[in-house]
Design a protein around this ligand. Structure first.
Ligand code: NI
Length: 171
């Protein structure tokens, strides 16, 4: 396994649409293992493949609370098949927008259809943090990051802060 470099805003890659995976094989699983290790190392609770430079429709998520056993979830070619009318607001962050947070409103619950680590089709009904996290990560597959929901001015402030942060880390 390997920790991969994470792409940060304003990298144009983050605006691209990711492509569906056509085969779930050992090579793909090894990449997903790397994604998970990268997410844990960051640390974060969700990561989309585009964030490590691959335009593939893959997410890894682990929302297990600190101190509890890890519960890695892999979503290949995920599709949201239903969202609740009820909305929920979370203070979201993103590994591609390090150390910045904003309240984002999304449907409180959703149903997701996807392929798992072994390539088998699964359906889950997500609520709470998982529902938010899946929707946030799904946005990445469609070239959207959470700051795209903010005003242009706010967004440019966030991007400027991240650029500064990345520069400081490189120095
Ligand atoms: Ni994100």
């Amino acid at each position: 396994m390997a920790v991969l470099p994470i792409v940060t805003v304003p990298d144009p890659l983050l605006k691209k649409i990711s492509k569906p995976v056509d085969k779930v094989d050992d090579k793909l699983r090894s990449f997903m293992d790397d994604m998970l290790e990268t997410m844990y190392a960051a640390p974060g609770i969700g990561l989309a493949a585009v964030q490590v430079g691959k335009l593939l429709r893959i997410l890894v998520i682990d929302i297990a609370p600190e101190g509890e056993d890890p519960n890695p979830m892999y979503f290949i070619n995920p599709e949201i098949t239903w969202t609740s009318e009820e909305m929920n607001t979370y203070n979201e962050g993103c590994l591609s927008i390090p150390e910045q947070y904003a309240d984002i409103e999304r449907p409180a619950e959703c149903k997701i259809k996807f392929l798992d680590y072994d390539g088998n089709e699964q359906h889950i009904h997500a609520e709470g943090l998982l529902a938010t996290c899946v929707q946030h990560e799904m946005d990445h597959l469609n070239g959207i990051v959470f700051i795209d929901y903010l005003s242009k001015i706010k967004r440019s402030i966030y991007v400027r802060k991240v650029k500064k942060l990345v520069k400081e880390k490189e120095a």
